[in-house]
Design a protein around this ligand. Structure first.
Ligand code: SF4
Length: 176
């Protein structure tokens, strides 16, 4: 029985990993690099991720490209919750990963989207080049194929919220 479950997981994970559909979600300058990744010079279609969707219900990869403000946080959370399961997140750029240049003095910028949603791959540069984003997608693909199963995925998502609650870091105002 275990053999069949493992084999089914392997087939499903390979299918998922090679057909990640990103949500079109760019809030600032990193978004330009994300758009460049789709263009013919870099051609993210080689890795099965060219189908950027306008609706979260048709996407399973959130590439968060740009600064997230506290005002934007509820929108980010809502979009994430509306995405198809299992869903994955790449935090693109220093601003998304930890607040970037706004980390010290801004009152409005969230210091990392992992205060709101779980992140699979961090890409902390300013801005990350298209090659770096492709590398992040490849890392995510490897992670999905090697380590993922539906139950492990649920554990990962649940552990994110409980860890933040324990540390008192969860941005509860995003729920309002
Ligand atoms: S990391 Fe740099 S390029 Fe990306 S959104 Fe922040 S300031 Fe802009």
């Amino acid at each position: 029985m275990g053999f069949f479950v493992t084999s089914i997981d392997w087939v499903l994970n390979n299918a998922r990993a090679n057909s990640l559909w990103p949500l079109t979600f760019a809030t600032s300058c990193c978004g330009i690099e994300m758009m460049h990744t789709v263009a013919s010079d870099n051609d993210i279609a080689r890795f099965g991720s060219e189908v950027f969707r306008g609706s979260p219900r048709q996407a399973d990869l959130l590439i968060c490209a740009g600064t997230i403000t506290h005002k934007m946080a509820p929108v980010l959370l809502r979009l994430y919750e509306q995405m198809a399961e299992p869903k994955y997140v790449i935090a693109m750029g220093a601003c998304t990963c930890g607040g970037g240049m706004f980390c010290d003095h801004s009152y409005s910028v969230v210091r990392g989207i992992d205060k709101i949603i779980p992140v699979d791959v961090y890409l902390p540069m300013c801005p990350p080049k298209p090659e770096a984003l492709i590398d992040a997608v490849r890392k995510l693909q490897k992670k999905i194929v090697k380590t993922e199963s539906v139950s492990k995925r649920k554990e990962f998502v649940n552990s994110h919220s409980s860890k933040l609650m324990q540390n008192g870091e969860l941005l509860t105002e995003v729920k309002s």
